[in-house]
Design a protein around this ligand. Structure first.
Ligand SMILES: [Zn+2]
Length: 576
């Protein structure tokens, strides 16, 4: 997903809100706005201000019951393992109505009589069946607790049919599900529900830890329209009542929020990259622009396959689909609304002249096929595993196409977007979305990590190995750190922790003694064991020093004013 700054759909209605802060609704308010305003208007003693602000933030960030029900991997989720969904629905674009069922197959991991599923309160539960038996259920905000008349046994597989219907609400920053018209008046229905959750439009086990192994998606829509969902297109059936059912089969594990509808007056064109089918969908009036712009998909796929290995969803193919918002990484069905122009919404995105060479949305959203869709964070708190990596993959794309120097320029262009106001990792188990720093600071951190490894051959092998090791799995930060520690033989935990779990950058403190011709150095960091090599001295003749949080001294012939730190290779602050 990409949500960093206000983008908009054609009609201008779908403006992105700033990143969510629980309870504030204004995005970052408790960290930035009041702080700046208070500082300007009052002159509170610092301590009083600090206490006041931390109290305000604590109050604003307390998770609601609904957030806990959505975010926690509670006992009625943990007692089962998802195997399969068949989402079989009918969509009436004029009435903005959805109805149908999701067949949910799962294996019990513990004996129990209850499981937790989720469905937005705006939608009605029509019935939930186990075979022919209607099950009782209890709704609690977005959760639906399903009760079984007999004990479900650990190890056994069960299948239930969850029938639902109603008018889903447009909510969240992309609308969740939107019922619009295109410029020529045809219905245009699209989903993008990562933040709000897939249960905004269909019933499922709406969390990040557990995924089905595969899925079918059947969507009945008025004749003449096209539905593009995830997976491989299996065919369409005229239902004889003015509706046609479009059938899709997903051959891989899939996040709930990746499951997607794109219903519209689409035109289709196809291509191949080796054996990989590429399918493209655009509205008729945009077809020629799409043919030109979507040609970039091949170069993007080649670059990412070079670094990480085969495109993850080969049996499903790669699809790029025009949508009325900037873009979203729907698995094997990436949605696109970047105006068929390079950069991001026609802007030079990192402001250094590199971004206008390629289409940001094609590259960023497709990067998520590897990081986000194949490798998935098991809790939203650790979403940097999606966004820092996808942003870093943009930098790798630049390096693959135009070389290291341009890649460094592009990467460091992101510094202007970093806030350093909240840790990148958000609280766990409470449906908490991390701050925007997970994108830009996250990518700058990975670029720093490459400099710490300080051996490009080894770095490429690490990246490839990391992806291959964790592909199709749901992981947490500890898994990432453990992998890099094992494979490098270094203790990188304090480095990961400083960048991901604290707000401040590490500060390299330098003290010069001109008389003795020495410089003393140490890291100032929140992690007491923080230790990271860094290049210092004179550019092109860098010297690597290994500061810790304890002062060390070395001789230098470089005077203070000419003594530099390679801050384009290491994202750090310097005090000298
Ligand atoms: Zn993204």
């Amino acid at each position: 997903m990409f949500v960093a700054t206000g983008s908009l759909e054609r009609t201008g209605k779908l403006k992105h809100a700033p990143p969510k802060q629980r309870g504030s609704g204004t995005g970052g308010a408790c960290f930035s706005l009041p702080n700046a305003r208070l500082r300007a208007e009052f002159s509170f003693p610092k301590l009083v201000l600090g206490v006041l602000l931390s109290w305000m933030c604590a109050a604003a960030l307390a998770p609601t019951r609904a957030d806990i029900l959505r975010g926690e991997y509670g006992q009625y989720r943990a007692n089962n393992d998802l195997l399969y969904y068949h989402l079989d629905i009918r969509v009436d674009p004029e009435k903005k109505f959805i109805g149908g069922k999701n067949t949910i197959r799962f294996r019990m991991l513990k004996d129990d009589t209850r499981i937790q599923l989720d469905l937005h309160e705006a939608l009605q539960v029509d019935k939930i069946l186990l075979g022919a038996t209607a099950l009782h259920y209890q709704r609690d905000s977005g959760a639906v607790f399903v009760d079984f008349p007999e004990m479900l046994r650990a190890g056994r597989v069960y299948s239930i049919d969850f029938y639902y219907s109603g008018n889903p609400v447009e909510t969240g920053r992309f609308g969740g599900i939107t019922f619009r018209k295109d410029a020529s008046g045809h219905p245009w229905v699209n989903t993008a529900c990562e933040g709000i959750g897939a249960s905004v439009w269909w019933p499922n086990k709406d969390q990040w830890r557990d995924e089905v192994e595969n899925m079918r998606i059947s969507v009945a829509i008025p004749n003449g329209l096209v539905d593009v969902s995830n997976g491989k297109f299996m065919g369409k059936t005229d239902l004889g009542d003015g509706y046609t059912r479009w059938d899709w089969r997903v051959h891989y594990p899939i996040n709930n929020y990746d499951v997607s509808l794109n219903i519209g007056n689409y035109e289709h064109f196809a291509d191949r990259l080796g054996g990989l089918p590429l399918d493209f969908y655009a509205l008729p009036e945009d077809l020629e622009k799409a043919r030109k712009q979507f040609a970039q998909a091949k170069g993007m796929l080649e670059a990412f396959q070079h670094y990480f290995g085969e495109y993850p969803f080969r049996k499903d193919g790669y699809k790029l689909i025009e949508a009325p918002y900037s873009g979203m990484e729907h698995q094997s069905a990436v949605t696109y609304g970047n105006h068929f122009a390079n950069g991001y919404l026609e802007r030079d995105w990192t402001g250094v002249g590199i971004s206008p060479r390629f289409d940001f949305i094609i590259v960023h959203e497709s990067a998520h096929e590897w990081f986000g869709n194949s490798i998935t964070a098991a809790d939203q708190s650790d979403m940097w595993i999606h966004e820092a990596w996808a942003t870093y993959l943009e930098c790798l794309y630049v390096e693959y196409r135009w070389g290291r120097e341009d890649a460094l320029k592009y990467t460091n262009g992101y510094k202007s977007k970093v806030a350093n106001a909240q840790p990148i990792i958000a609280p766990r188990g409470v449906n908490s979305e991390p701050p925007q720093d997970m994108y830009f600071k996250g990518a700058l951190f990975l670029n720093t990590l490459r400099s710490v490894v300080d051996d490009d051959g080894r770095w490429w092998a690490l990246l490839h190995g990391f992806y291959q090791h964790f592909k199709y799995r749901n992981i947490m930060t500890e898994d990432v750190v453990g992998y890099f520690n094992r494979k490098t033989g270094m203790n990188l935990t304090p480095v990961f922790d400083q960048y991901l779990r604290h707000t401040a950058l590490p500060m390299l403190e330098l003290r010069f003694d001109d008389a003795k011709g020495t410089v003393s150095y140490r890291w100032k960091a929140d992690e007491p064991a923080f230790a990271m090599p860094v290049r210092v001295g004179v550019k092109d003749h860098w010297r690597i020093i290994r500061p810790t949080t304890v002062w060390q001294t070395m001789e230098t012939t470089v005077p203070r004013d000419r003594f530099e730190v390679a801050t384009d290779l290491y994202y750090v602050n310097v005090a000298k």
